[in-house]
Structure formats: structure tokens, C-alpha cells
Design a binder for this molecule. Sequence first.
Ligand code: DX5
Ligand code: ZN
Length: 219
Amino acid sequence: MVNKLEIAPSILGGDHTALAESVAKIEAAGLSWVHVDVMDGHFVPNLSFGPGVVKSLRGKFPKLFLDTHLMLDNPHEYIEAFAKAGADLISIHVEPDYPVGPTLGEIHLLGKRNGIVLNPKTPVDTVVEFLPQVDLVLVMSVQPGFGGQSFNPVALDKLRYLRRVREDMKLSFRIEVDGGITAANVASVIESGADTIVAGTEFFKNASNLLSAANAAAG
Ligand code: DX5
Ligand code: ZN
């Protein structure tokens, strides 16, 4: 594996009246990444967390790595707010109509890591032009908007493709997968090339099985 395996539990899958407890559970499991899903009710048909939540988490958990997944029609208008709030990595979708490349550049100028995200129906080659400038590619294995959906295996071919292209282009971006990951399918995504695993529902229900299956698959 080019990158060390990271499991990034999604706090969307925990109790929203007890976010600090969800994050404490992530820390107690020995993990350092936390996945924060940000939804705008336009790009996806749901609403979730804003920069205020990121700021509070940053204050309470200064050492954790806040992996912020923006599901917004206009992510370029919110990059600065999330950077100032303390996000460590900001991922933006390739599908909406906005200046994707310059926004990825702006995330770096703000001193943060960047990621590009693609939906299950989006062909993987749409992100290739951005690969030299990204720290992470996030492959959605469900249509974004809600936790608790079933994994779509269309993601596996994309993971394999990205691993191959990363090697061909001599790059080192992380390959993240998000949606429907369980103890039963986590090995398949790791074997296909994912090194960063988002899990919401399964982490808060079945963390120990999920983590042992993931660690076994990563070797
Ligand atoms: C979906 C979000 C996911 C979601 C994953 O819009 O991007 O991060 O929380 O949840 P599970 O693991 O339950 O599919
Ligand atoms: Zn997500």
C-alpha cells in the first residue's frame, strides 16, 4: 500500500445530539480521522453540518484529522469558512458547475489538504485532469445525501483504475471510498485500492468487526 490505511468514521452515522461522544468513540478506537459530511439541500436532498460544527470539533479535539466532505453546489464559496473553522482536508465534488481546479488550488493556498469527489454515476476519467494537484480522490459508493445505504460495487472498478493511474503518473494521492461500507465488504474495497475508508452506520454499530476486517485486509 502506498499510503497507510486510515478509517474515517462519519459522524453523520452517530447521534447528532451527542457529536462529542461520537468523536470520543472514534478517538477511543485508536483512529485519528473523522469524516464530516456537509450537505446543502441542493446538490444533495438533505442538510447536515456547517462550519460551526467543524469549529466546535476542532476546539474540543485539537489532534484529530477533520476530513470534510462538501456536498454543495457552490463549494468555492465555503472553502475559506471551512478552512478557518479548522478542517484539515476539504473535499469538493467534480459534478457541480464551478471552477474546480482553481478551488482545489485555493484549498492548498489556505494551508489545507484537498480532495476531489465523484458520484457513482460520474465516470472516473472526469477527475484525471485534477490528479496531479490533489491529496485525495473520494469515490462515492452510494448516491450522496444519506447514510445507511447499500454499497454499489461500481466503485470497485474506479478504485482499481485510480490505483493504476496513480502508479502510472507516479503520484501518491489517497484513494478514499464512502458509502455502505461494512465489515463484510471492507476487504473488497481495500483489495481494490482504497487506503482511506469512510464508515458511518457500520462504525457506530459494529466498530470492532469493521476495524478487524479492515486491518486484516490491509495486512
Ligand atoms: C453520504 C455520506 C457518507 C455517509 C456514509 O452522503 O457522504 O459519508 O455518512 O454513511 P454509511 O457508512 O452509513 O453509508
Ligand atoms: Zn461523506
